[in-house]
Design a binder for this molecule. Structure first.
Ligand SMILES: C[S@@+](CC[C@H](N)C(=O)[O-])C[C@H]1O[C@@H](n2cnc3c(N)ncnc32)[C@H](O)[C@@H]1O
Ligand SMILES: [Zn+2]
Length: 383
């Protein structure tokens, strides 16, 4: 066991070469940015005058919940749960190490402030028993879908929730049958699969919410390392549910010329052949601009960030302002259009701006750019 300090939270964790779900208590240091962004999102969340009641039904070591209690200034209470007995014991130990008072197996009162309430049960059972929350964090092994019914039932009006998905090989197209089964959608394995995969995930979550007339609006979404993360705001509105379902479309792609578009139909031709497609998926905005600014600002103020982590939040802050179909992968265009004189990324950005279009690096890929320029004009710029 080693002592880890993340933010100003201390925990004991096993030193492991490879992080896996077989660890007695799961802790992944690679998820630090995921936890940092959660704190930034919660610190930017206002729900009237009241403070937030938060629930972490799949808490592992409890590090995320404890960090939220220590680093957010608007928390009423946190409920921390894990099905594993070993994880539960470690949550108790970590609360004590961090001088946080807690109660075991007792549902919090609406106004119990500042404390932790811990449980050792199944996540959906907990949500059905103890609720409603202003924030729910679903951080499972693999897909979040099995926990979404209970989440939508117990989430309050105007609340937000965050989900993590680590089954990216299904969502991005390595296992299309798994994507069809879990997400009722067709993935497409190509240079744009990180964005189409994220959009497939979002659409699936939205369809579960719609069963309860709850519209799930993505406010901050990203793909990084081995996982996808999305924060949604919940609006009780049949009209908004209907509007969102109009954004459920197909992503059509021509592998010959790299043409791409969203469409309500999954059949169109380009270069004399049918376009490939992914979907259904959510074709609307992935971010709320103000929140993306707030997250980037608060992450930059931390003194403990890796360079790539800073680049991710900065790229999101910029790309969220661009209304585009998808991102352009520079190498893919160079290859398809047989471009031998390769231009630098920064020079391409200058040329796109000179033509009057918006362009920015995308967090999805360091070799890609998000732009509202049509794909064929982008190809001409590279030549
Ligand atoms: C990815 S880990 C959580 C990591 C943690 N949120 C963090 O930030 O470090 C997933 C956890 O969910 C727990 N778990 C898996 N299935 C569960 C279920 N059905 N109900 C409650 N906990 C569950 C596992 O024991 C594991 O500790
Ligand atoms: Zn084509």
């Amino acid at each position: 066991m080693v002592t880890i300090l993340e933010g100003d939270t201390k925990i004991h964790a096993e030193q492991q070469e490879i992080v896996s779900r077989k660890m007695p208590v799961f802790f992944n240091p690679d998820m630090k940015l995921n936890r940092d962004i959660t704190i930034a999102v919660l610190n930017s969340t206002k729900t009237g005058d009241s403070r937030l009641r938060c629930c972490f039904p799949l808490a592992g070591s409890g590090i995320r919940a404890i960090r939220v209690l220590k680093e957010c200034n608007n928390i009423m209470q946190v409920v921390i749960n894990d099905i594993s007995g070993e994880a539960y014991a470690s949550i108790r130990e970590h609360l004590e190490m961090n001088n946080i008072e807690y109660m075991e197996n007792v549902a919090p009162g609406k106004h119990d402030e500042g404390a932790a309430f811990i449980f050792n049960t199944e996540a959906a059972c907990l949500l059905h028993k103890v609720g409603g929350f202003d924030y729910i964090d679903i951080d499972p092994f693999g897909s979040p879908v099995p926990f979404m019914d209970a989440t939508f039932r117990r989430i309050s009006r105007g609340a937000i929730f965050g989900i993590t998905a680590t089954d990216t090989s299904a969502l991005c197209g390595s296992y299309p049958k798994a994507c069809r089964r879990r997400y009722d959608s067709r993935p497409l394995l190509n240079e744009n699969c990180y964005e189409t995969g994220l959009r497939i995930l979002i659409r699936k979550i939205q369809t579960i919410g719609m069963q309860y007339d709850k519209a799930a609006v993505p406010v901050y979404s990203y793909y990084y390392k081995h996982y996808m993360r999305v924060f949604f705001r919940i609006v009780y509105s049949k009209t908004l549910c209907d509007q969102i379902s109009k954004e459920h479309k197909y992503f059509l792609f021509c592998p010959k010329c790299l043409n791409r578009k969203y469409s309500r139909y999954n059949n169109a031709d380009c270069c004399g052949q049918p376009m490939e497609y992914a979907g259904l998926l959510f074709s609307g905005p992935l971010w709320e601009e103000k929140l993306a600014d707030q997250v980037a600002d608060s992450i930059k103020k931390r003194g403990d960030m890796a360079n790539r982590d800073l680049e991710i939040v900065e790229a999101i802050k910029n790309e969220c302002k661009i209304n585009s179909q998808s991102y352009f992968h520079i190498h893919e265009f160079n290859k398809k259009y047989q471009i031998t004189h390769i231009k630098k990324r920064d020079d391409i950005i200058i040329s796109v701006r000179e033509k009057g279009y918006n362009v920015s690096p995308t967090h999805f890929n360091q070799l890609a750019l998000r732009s509202d320029m049509p794909f064929d004009e982008f190809a001409r710029i590279l030549k």
